[in-house]
Design a protein around this ligand. Structure first.
Ligand code: 8YV
Length: 315
């Protein structure tokens, strides 16, 4: 094997090694002072969101490109990368459908008591059918508030139309084209929180969205409402969520992401019945993951060849 190109990556699965192994030397993620990966690597391939800040970029003196497997890049300091002339690539678009599907799956699972119902049906307590238990929130015809009307939010709205839902949205900027195309209605964040039966978070994690859902927002939501977090854990204040779920401020929640992620194994939220928690599965479907891998490799190769990245993300 000739000289392979050294890149630093975190926990890549076998399929990446098969695709890259012949040409690339994949060095394990190690940002310590004595790291060989830091001094030798010409690229970062970021898989499970390891932090890449300006200090790391400065120490990686041969770094030419950062390629992120995924669309969210809150773990990468984009401003620092731009200032150093290091292009950052991500994988937009290909995961919208899978993530919107999962938003609907969590919405329905929480509203219709799938988690509690499944546990009960397996338990020794289920000895006769009782039609009066676990009456959920009807999905069809209910009101959905989508916070973050980007590509994924729009896909959620399309799916919600099939359930005849009234869809409100809140976004940094009003999107009149989306309103015309999807029949969604713009609302202030408080209006949306107050009117929705389901609130879906489909926004990126930014300075503005960090801690966006806290005690005041739970207070504004209906006691019968459900929160679905498909965005990033820190968009929701975990302590406030715990209080909201355990004091009846909201009826339930479904989380694809948490803060921290994962939650410590003894975290009180893990013992709460009316919350569903997934290990960050939004984009985890076979076809989507294949596309994400291919896009991240395209970005990696373009960056190393000194060509424009096909999917570049700027600050
Ligand atoms: C991935 C994600 O699971 O795209 C994102 O922002 O969080 C997910 O699609 C993640 O990037 C894993 O590589």
């Amino acid at each position: 094997m000739g000289d392979r190109i050294p890149i630093m990556a975190d926990g890549l699965p076998k399929i990446f090694h098969e695709a890259l192994g012949e040409r690339f030397e994949i060095l394990d993620w190690d940002t310590s002072e004595s790291s060989d990966a830091v001094t030798r690597s010409v690229a970062i391939l970021s898989y499970a969101h390891p932090a890449a800040d300006g200090d790391l970029m400065d120490r990686m003196t041969r770094l030419k490109v950062i390629s992120n497997h995924g669309v969210g890049v809150d773990h990468i300091d984009l401003v620092a990368a731009e200032a150093r002339g290091i292009p950052v690539g991500n994988t937009p678009g290909c995961l919208d459908a899978a993530t919107a599907d999962m938003t609907m799956a969590l919405l329905m699972a929480s509203g219709r008591n799938l988690r509690i119902g499944d546990s009960y049906a397996r338990s020794p307590e289920f000895l006769h059918y009782d039609p009066s238990i676990l009456i959920g929130q009807e999905i069809t015809g209910s009101t959905l508030g989508i916070i973050g009307m980007g590509r994924i939010g729009k896909e959620v709205a399309r799916r919600a139309a099939g359930f005849e839902m009234t869809v409100l949205y809140h976004n940094r900027n009003r999107d009149e084209a989306a309103e015309a195309e999807l029949g969604v209605r713009y609302a202030t964040r408080d209006e949306l929180l107050a009117e929705s039966d389901f609130v879906a978070l489909n926004c990126p994690l930014t300075d503005e969205t960090t801690g966006m859902i806290g005690p005041a927002e739970f207070e504004t939501m209906k006691p019968s409402a459900f929160l679905v977090n498909m965005a990033r854990g820190p968009v929701v204040q975990t302590d406030a969520l715990y209080t909201a779920l355990t004091t009846g401020q909201i009826r339930g929640a479904a989380l694809d992401v948490t803060d921290p992620e994962p939650l410590p194994r003894d975290h009180p939220l893990l013992a709460v019945e009316n919350v569903i928690i997934l290990p960050h599965l939004g984009s985890a479907s076979n076809r989507t993951r294949e596309r994400m891998m291919n896009m991240s490799i395209e970005n990696l190769e373009a960056g190393l060849a000194g060509e424009p990245l096909p999917y570049r993300i700027r600050p």
